[in-house]
Design a protein around this ligand. Sequence first.
Ligand code: FMN
Length: 478
Amino acid sequence: MPPVTGTPVYPRIIQGGMGIGVSGWQLARAVSRLGHLGVVSGTAVDTVLIRRLQDGDEGGHVRRAMAAFPVAGVSDDLVRRFYLPPGARGNAPYKLLSMFRRVASLGRQEVAMMANFVEVWLAKEGHDGVVGINLLTKVQMPNLPSLYGAMLAGVDYVLMGAGIPREIPGLLDALSEHREARLKLDVEGPAGAGPDELVFTPRDHAIEDRTPLRRPLFVPIVSASSLATTLARKASGRVDGFIVEGPTAGGHNAPPRGQPLFSADGEPLYGERDIVDLGKISELGLPFWLAGGAGTPEGLRAALAAGAAGVQVGTLFAYCDESGFAPELKSRVLAGIADRSVRVRTDPRASPTGYPFKVVQMGGLEQQDDRRQRNCDLGYLRTAYRTEEGRLGYRCAAEPVADYVAKGGDVADTVGRRCLCNALTANIGQPQHRDAGEELPLLTSGDDLVSLDTFAQGRARYSAADVVDYLSGVPACS
Ligand SMILES: Cc1cc2nc3c(=O)[nH]c(=O)nc-3n(C[C@H](O)[C@H](O)[C@H](O)COP(=O)(O)O)c2cc1C
């Protein structure tokens, strides 16, 4: 089956995939219905799903989508294990999933498949617009079941950054034909006897209809033309375009190229070498979108003038009504923007991935800091390492320091690290309850957050359609 029929009409606006759960199905659906590309975040969305169930699944949307999942029994099993009527959980801690490992049980894979399926299915419900899914290359272990789950729901685009997703295009081809997919697992420490691989076998899962799935367009997120060239030429299959993301974008950023330099405030300094050569990107002959501070009408016009198909925008969408950020956090930050008390810091240490991570700073906003008692119970950012005895282990630089060091980690790596898994779930109103209180949020946004008022004009709230109107300069039609 041909992967895509006809020449795709590329969207002008891509609503960036924002994890964890900021780009949920409501936001992606709203953008997609307006004729642009709505993107759901697939990162840690299995935890988001079971927390929604434990919070009562208001409106029944999640359970409605779960019922459409093609592997019989998974929906009933998850509802039995996790669903609670609204308010019934009280102050009890959320129940957890087991953390992903190189080999995950079929049941654990099916939760990841289900969660990504649900997010895409709901985002696509009731209209013909296109929907994408964003996954982080670095969060390797859940990625194959996540992609397959999203494809079972008919995802149109896969967008992946935070690493070099060279193997993914070929794996999308395999998954679309329900063939086995093998992805090299990055393992620190001594080499093992055999290859370290993640293996996902669609036929292990009881799906009756094996009609080939539509192969989604694959659009990697890059911050250098050299990476785009490598992917265009050497990826394992077809690459369909690029998001070219600069260092002002929200979330994680690529580190500066060359010798690391820092401002007096400890922020990484970017220079000439970090400016992407758009001429070289154009020469690749594939569509591309600009991201990072591109969320203005001028930004869109400049992108089009530079040969781009459009822009990918995160920060503006992150504070709209349909985004997953907890409503009280959105209004606090919007008020802080209006009274100019907000700033964004590029923190080189916060993320256990080692990539710079943008953190919103604002007086009076209580966020996760060094005083948090470390606890690693979600584990999406754990990386694999091999012990001298040849065993595989998993560690995260934000876990309790003694544990990390006992696993052979360098104590220096732990300094300043935040538990993004727990903080980012707190951002969307799903904080874990601990004896010491609730997990605190840690908001991320692009540098342009501070000028968001040019668009918001003091409004206390706005919708995704307002953002689309503003960017396209034409009234939105729904
Ligand atoms: C709250 C937030 C979370 C984000 N999370 C992700 C993510 O999980 N994966 C990703 O590829 N990009 C992520 N991004 C980046 C956006 O997808 C988008 O590329 C970026 O925000 C564009 O720049 P802008 O923020 O200046 O609009 C995130 C951005 C924000 C603001």
